[in-house]
Design a protein around this ligand. Sequence first.
Ligand SMILES: Cc1cc2nc3c(=O)[nH]c(=O)nc-3n(C[C@H](O)[C@H](O)[C@H](O)COP(=O)(O)OP(=O)(O)OC[C@H]3O[C@@H](n4cnc5c(N)ncnc54)[C@H](O)[C@@H]3O)c2cc1C
Length: 446
Amino acid sequence: MSERWKVVIIGGGFGGLSAAQRLNSNLVDVTVIDRRNYHLFQPLLYQVATGSLSAGEVASPLRSVLSRQKNTRVWLGTVVDIDPDSKRVFLADGAIVPYDSLIVAAGSQTSYFGRNEWQEWAPGMKSVEEATAIRHKILYAFEVAERLSDPVQRRAWLTFVIVGAGPTGVELSGAIAEIARQTLKNDFRSIKPEEAQIILLDGAPRALMPFPQDLAEKATRSLAKLGVEVRCGAMVKNVDKDGLTIDSGGRTDSIAAKTVVWAGGITASPLGKIVASHAKAETDKGGRVKVKPDLTIPSYPDIYVVGDLASATDEKGKPLPGVAQVAMQGGAYAAKAILRKVKGHSELPPFRYFDKGSLAVIGRAAAVADVFGLHISGLLAWLVWAFIHVTYLVSFQSRILVFIQWAIQDLTFNRGARLITGAAPTDFNFSRELSEIKRAPVNVPR
Ligand SMILES: Cc1cc2nc3c(=O)[nH]c(=O)nc-3n(C[C@H](O)[C@H](O)[C@H](O)COP(=O)(O)OP(=O)(O)OC[C@H]3O[C@@H](n4cnc5c(N)ncnc54)[C@H](O)[C@@H]3O)c2cc1C
């Protein structure tokens, strides 16, 4: 039996992996537990959803990422409970894992603000499965439209609505516009893909709220050039198989759209509430666990909560955003704090988030970036965005593959991962739609 200090990390995302990599020391035994066997680079998921990249290029097996770290083992399993008093973690398969220090980095999930039934018609984009399903949905819409002759139905199939004009919504709508206007331009006979309507909705007064106003305006203008209609101040009231109902300043409108994607918000992993209830900690309204300035839970100095699951503030009391850098820096801080404790060194000063800025890509060679307070846009911002994203991809192989894919795509406008694979996901009810199409007149090419 090892006498070394046992560190258990729940979640191999940005926060958990960053912690694990910094715990590469023969002073500790590390166990990383994740319900998936891979680390997912979520910022590029929209490229999986829009056929630029395949899933394997944005996900790396955790076991291989950590294979050289001999003090670290990876367990595939879902954590369902913890007991902070006996210091044990419980898995869904019945396994019990003891710890001396625990890092909880279980992330977040899509929030439909209490209207989970909308998920059936407006999938979110938090997993490879969802991104692949969205790709399916987008490409399928063009296929269905090609076979319809009724202009009203065809219009609904060629209308794409993205709810949420944060960076993900901006990136996704720009990419769908490029698919319609460039990638698929010559591929259909009955429809003109470039006539597709792409609408980006948000309840906020402008797109990209976390960005400075001038950059948000530039992004909105770039999206308009690509053919994306940005509608702000629009609250979604309902989503169903035929589209959405929105409220814009008291006026109710319906949008007939067969493809709706939800980029509207996130809420903490349910594990947050479980951890908080056992450790008598508080959660914020998004279900995130309120942590002390050293990222531990009050009364339990051996439990760290980092990343999207933590409700932490900066030195002025402003909540830290749910972004990859916060998670990575939080994970690194927790690892450092644990190693200092094991070595018997003094405690670290409170966690300080170092904000390197925000980036959002709009389309081919276009982006906006706020880097260290410097506002840049266009090609330069895109180069910064591309450099950062390739650098932060976990595996060297992915970096090379992604770089090659982008180069090919920029030269040819082609998107390699355009296959509609697998069965139609049940949540889209395509079979129902297809039965309607069978009854509709078929376009016979002359
Ligand atoms: C589409 C999209 C685009 C984004 N774009 C950007 C961007 O451009 N820039 C940026 O900075 N941020 C971006 N983000 C946000 C960023 O990805 C998150 O802030 C970051 O992933 C948070 O890291 P985390 O470690 O807290 O959680 P995650 O990276 O989500 O990792 C959580 C891990 O915990 C595992 N897990 C969850 N529950 C359990 C359980 N019960 N048992 C076992 N394992 C569990 C999950 O499988 C997952 O691997 C984006 C997010 C999304 C969804």
